[in-house]
Design a protein around this ligand. Structure first.
Ligand SMILES: Cc1cc2nc3c(=O)[nH]c(=O)nc-3n(C[C@H](O)[C@H](O)[C@H](O)COP(=O)(O)O)c2cc1C
Ligand SMILES: CCCCCCC(=O)C(=O)O
Length: 357
């Protein structure tokens, strides 16, 4: 079967994964309004293409946190890759190394960070962190990833509690016993008396985290800290004031608060507030190269894909993720050229038709 666009991978994954696994990856919170709007919002945005600009050569390279990547699309942190493909995050890491882009490894990976780095030693990676009630646990993983050469910490701030995902509840979804959250093998896997979520003790994440924990994190690491899950200009301003190096505008793929904005709709006010003081990235609903172009035109430095990477894994492991990234890269290059941009520096807000917003 010829895979032409990311939806082809989605259809393949839906057909080939077990229902419970598919439902977990696809899930949005409650009525899934925000999840669905993440995609629809791109379709409401229209572009203003420029013509006759000699687009015979185009360059999709950019930098994130000072490091060059081949195009402005990376992989967002998603949990449990071994559910989609037996090699799990090792395959994802190899694909992103091959395509020279950024892979944000989830705290809840089913391969350990050591296995991931060994499999793709030259890959460019950030580590996504959840803050635990037991700060020592978070501190230990921070020091491990620092020693392994991870280049930034992505602090996820939109999960004080897990959103209500109806099908996961109906399916009583949990990680099967042969898979583990490998970074915490022997810690999370201990018998616990309390309730579990997804096979993980439910009370591990700390719902009391606050801005002072950003200072705490900065005090235990020399890595740049990037906050993932900001949707308002007020919080963006606080992030800058707290000295972080980046923001990922994100609603967690619509899996947390239902009724919040599509991430692309939240981007402009954040960009306008931050005024270039730190880098702004975005995830949520990116499915085509023109989505990438729109996000960059509205001020994102780079975007990240969540579910499409998992669909690629379900299709053919490393090769599948490579194909997903390559298709997005090709589509992005074409959209750039068709709108008159020769490189990412030429992408700006003039490309957006505001009267249609
Ligand atoms: C199955 C799944 C698991 C996820 N796991 C994590 C996670 O462990 N940590 C995290 O910060 N975000 C997690 N996310 C959110 C993603 O990082 C990202 O925000 C979202 O998937 C982007 O939307 P998209 O799937 O439409 O690209 C997860 C999302 C999905 C779909
Ligand atoms: C106990 C919390 C599990 C969170 C799993 C990963 C995640 O963020 C998701 O959206 O799913």
């Amino acid at each position: 079967m010829a895979m032409v666009c990311l939806t082809d991978f989605e259809e393949y994954a839906k057909e080939h994964l077990s229902k419970a696994t598919w439902d977990y990856y696809a899930a949005g919170a409650d009525e899934c309004c925000t999840r669905d709007d993440n995609l629809l919002a791109y379709k409401r945005i229209r572009l203003r293409p420029r013509i006759l600009r000699d687009v015979s050569v185009s360059d999709t390279r950019t930098t994130v946190q000072g490091t060059e990547i081949s195009f402005p699309v990376g992989i967002a942190p998603t949990a449990f890759h071994c559910l989609a493909w037996h090699e799990g995050e090792v395959a994802t890491a190899r694909a992103t190394e091959a395509l020279n882009t950024c892979y944000i490894t989830s705290t809840y990976s089913t391969c350990s960070v050591e296995e991931i780095v060994a499999a793709a030693p030259n890959g460019y990676r950030w580590f996504q962190l959840y803050v635990y009630r037991d700060r020592k646990l978070s501190e230990q993983i921070v020091h491990r990833v620092e020693a392994l050469g991870y280049k930034a910490l992505v602090l996820t701030v939109d999960v004080p509690y897990t959103g209500k995902r109806r099908n996961d509840i109906r399916n009583q979804f949990k990680l099967p016993p042969h898979l583990k959250v490998k970074n915490f093998d022997g810690v999370f896997q201990q018998e616990t008396a309390g309730p579990e979520e997804y096979g993980i003790p439910a009370n591990t994440l700390d719902p009391s985290i606050s801005w002072k924990d950003v200072y705490w994190l900065q005090s235990i690491t020399r890595l740049p800290v990037i906050i993932k899950g900001i949707l308002t200009k007020e919080d963006a301003e606080l992030a800058v004031e707290h000295g972080v190096q980046g923001i990922i505008v994100s609603n967690h793929g619509g899996r947390q608060l239902d009724g919040g904005p599509a991430s692309i709709d939240a981007l402009a006010e954040i960009v306008d507030t931050v005024q270039g003081r730190i880098e702004i990235y975005l995830d949520g609903g990116i499915r085509t190269g023109s989505d990438v172009l729109k996000a960059l035109a509205l001020g994102a430095k780079c975007v990240f894909i969540g579910r499409p990477a998992v669909w690629g894994l379900a299709y053919k492991g490393e090769e599948g993720v490579r194909e997903v990234l390559q298709i997005l890269n090709d589509e992005f290059r074409l959209s750039m050229a068709l709108s008159g941009c020769r490189n990412v520096a030429e992408i700006n807000r003039n490309l957006i038709q505001f009267s249609k917003l």
